[in-house]
Design a protein around this ligand. Structure first.
Ligand code: C5P
Length: 329
């Protein structure tokens, strides 16, 4: 997450994510699945702006980037609105104080129903921004509890770095991947709903955990930071379920595998596939080639490297107390 304060407005860049690894380790009694995932933020962002209002209304307006036609849920159901209202409820219960309203603008670049975590990232951004503007002072741990009520991936986006995510997705261990990876995202025209993909998995594979894949190899590869190593160990347990729900993705997967790149995988519950390339030039060329094949969207982007908070670095999260530099939408 990146922040910029301008007069009385707070602007936040909320990144998308990729799953380098996703294994389902168990079925839980609460209906969710126990997961083991490696997730990494990428330099594809939604932009949100927040401004305090004089009244108590939470007003959300949304706009989509050219080529990113999304039917966004109306304000009451949007994860951003839900996040802000949940925080308000918590503040008002805890301290019996009231909070002012907010004008929120959401500019969507991250495709929806894509496995890229756009809605979750927006919700995490909303929690942090409202906590700041309302001077509520909730800790990251307290915000994480609220985040998990909104969605399983939301706590990851609060953390701001690559992480191993277990439990429902909220038990985070920071992951240091020492180099940036050049990636190409291919968002097909078909989308996939997370709940449907998990339901498909539960129907076909729910009981079997015999062939569980361990994260050790990809963890070792991530520590090396080398694209060919990381590419070799990408894994996603949900791919087969996604391909059963949308068989046309099989052809896309086959075409991408035939490119002979270091890595090909689907992110999250799909439908986006991504390619790990050797370098930026290769990613640029492939993205250009694939952009003429009728997909909903093709992006050339890169993973975000987590370093210690540093005001001179463009890629890191910045503490809100400091002015943000180098913010480029
Ligand atoms: O938590 P979130 O709302 O993002 O999850 C969407 C759906 O994905 C859940 O309703 C559930 O069906 C499935 N899911 C799951 N196990 C998880 C995360 C999500 O079964 N750990």
């Amino acid at each position: 997450m990146l922040f910029r304060r301008q007069n009385n407005e707070l602007e936040v860049l909320a990144p998308a994510k990729l799953n380098l690894f996703l294994e389902i380790t168990d079925k839980r009694s609460d209906g969710f699945h126990e997961l083991d995932m490696l997730m990494v933020p990428i330099a594809l962002y939604d932009t949100l702006t927040f401004k305090l209002r004089r009244d108590d209304e939470i007003a959300l307006s949304t706009r989509c980037a050219v080529g990113n036609k999304i039917a966004l849920p109306a304000a009451p159901d949007n994860l951003v609105t839900r996040a802000v209202k949940l925080l308000r409820q918590r503040i008002e219960t805890d301290s019996a104080s009231t909070t002012s309203g907010l004008d929120i603008c959401l500019f969507k670049r991250i495709p929806a129903a894509a496995g890229l975590g756009g809605g979750s990232s927006d919700a995490a951004a909303a929690l942090v921004a409202a906590n700041y503007l309302w001077q509520a002072g909730l800790s990251t741990v307290e915000l994480s509890e609220l985040a998990l009520q909104i969605g399983s991936d939301v706590p990851f986006f609060l953390s701001g770095s690559a992480a191993r995510c277990r439990g429902r997705g909220e038990l985070l261990t920071p992951l240091n991947i020492p180099a940036t990876l050049d990636v190409v995202l291919i968002k097909p025209r078909v989308g996939l709903a997370t709940a449907e993909v998990f339901a498909e998995y539960a129907t076909h594979q729910g009981g079997s955990v015999d062939d569980r894949v361990a994260a050790d190899n990809i963890l070792g590869a991530c520590a090396s930071g080398r694209a060919p190593e990381i590419g070799k160990w990408l894994y996603n347990r949900l791919v087969d379920s996604a391909l059963r729900l949308q068989p046309e993705l099989q052809q896309l997967q086959a075409e991408l595998l035939a490119l002979g790149l270091p890595g090909v995988q689907m992110t999250g519950s799909g439908s986006t596939f991504y390619l790990i390339c050797r370098h930026a030039r290769q990613a640029r060329n492939i993205a250009e080639k694939l952009s003429h094949r009728g997909h909903a969207a093709v992006f050339h982007t890169r993973t975000l490297v987590h370093r210690s908070l540093n005001i001179n670095s463009e890629q890191d999260s910045f503490p809100l107390e400091q002015p943000c530099v180098g913010l480029s939408p």
